[in-house]
Design a protein around this ligand. Sequence first.
Ligand code: C5P
Length: 220
Amino acid sequence: MIVTIDGPAGAGKSSIAKIAAERLGFAFLDTGALYRAVTLGAIRSQVDFDNPEEVIQYANGAVVQWNADRVLLGGEDVSDQIRTPPVTDAIHFLADLPEVRTRLSELQREITVGRDVVTEGRDQGSEVFPNAECKIFLTASAEERAKRRHQQLAEMGRPLPIEDILKAQDGRDEKDRSRPMGALRPADDAVIIDSDGMDTSTVLDKVLEIIEAKRKTLEG
Ligand code: C5P
């Protein structure tokens, strides 16, 4: 069974998808981590981001693997190195290119072959797994997402003004929503959860409820 969880940055998809997968005994796939790993590799290789041909050539040759919730680039575990502002800021150079998306979508399908998976990203239900048995679109208002991020950063000892977070987030949302292929959008048959005012455990309960209901229908 494939469960897709899509939604904008900061909606809490990753943590919810990961815990849901654990509870169900499913594998978990963070597709943003794959985009991040290829972007990190391109930065390291000093790829010219203004040259799409060069970006595509790099992406086609990059060896990216997903293993036990860790992402590997050329065999090196880069799960921690991919979560830095330079990587986040450069991702769109790769994620906007259909050729790169096609390659990473194929990789995502390969990873899920023969497994029960909860996969999260932007285009999982709409484009990569159109036949997924259960599709969820997890969203929250821009203000709520920025507030959560602000709190998270403050807890990590890196407080940032909420206005700055909101501005950066709006820029990412706009890029994620407007790309020609793989744009952020709910699949027609996705269940939409607006998590404004909900805490993590309430969202998790709702997600598990939706998945269990689908599972029951499938089992007949
Ligand atoms: O999920 P995360 O925020 O780590 O994703 C980073 C970026 O990777 C997103 O802002 C988006 O541009 C890109 N991405 C994508 N398609 C996916 C997952 C991520 O384009 N399925």
